[in-house]
Design a binder for this molecule. Structure first.
Ligand SMILES: [Cu+2]
Length: 125
């Protein structure tokens, strides 16, 4: 009898465990980037590197890079930086003229949630 009671308690414990994990784990938020938000760089970057608070799915994550006058700059397929699945490394294909650039990112994190945001950096004349 006591065995059955213990077993029936398991699903509730599992549900409570998931609920608390869900509130403890935020979605994938951008923690840092290179070039960084508001950075002014002397040399145009060959790669944009974004680091998130949790793992992101490469298939459903990416960035849009827009330059001065909101002109889109071509970027390559995102990969993870090194073996860090909480990162995106995006090759910059188009040439970056001096000016201000915005990076609009969107990611699907490993917990199945989508998040997005943007930041900007400038390339010195
Ligand atoms: Cu989430």
């Amino acid at each position: 009898m006591s065995f059955i009671r213990k077993v029936s308690m398991l699903p509730l414990a599992a549900i409570l465990g998931l609920a608390s994990a869900g509130t403890a784990l935020a979605h994938a938020h951008l923690k840092s980037a290179t070039p960084a938000d508001n950075a002014v760089v002397a040399a145009a970057p060959a790669t944009l590197e974004l680091h998130f608070s949790e793992g992101v799915d490469l298939k459903f994550s990416g960035v849009a890079l827009n330059g001065p006058d909101q002109k889109a700059v071509a970027t390559g397929t995102p990969t993870h930086a090194g073996n860090d699945e909480a990162s995106l490394a995006v090759p910059v294909i188009g040439k970056l003229a001096p000016g201000k650039y915005s990076v609009q990112w969107h990611v699907l994190s490993k917990d199945g949630h989508k998040t997005k945001g943007s930041y900007s950096f400038s390339v010195k004349p």
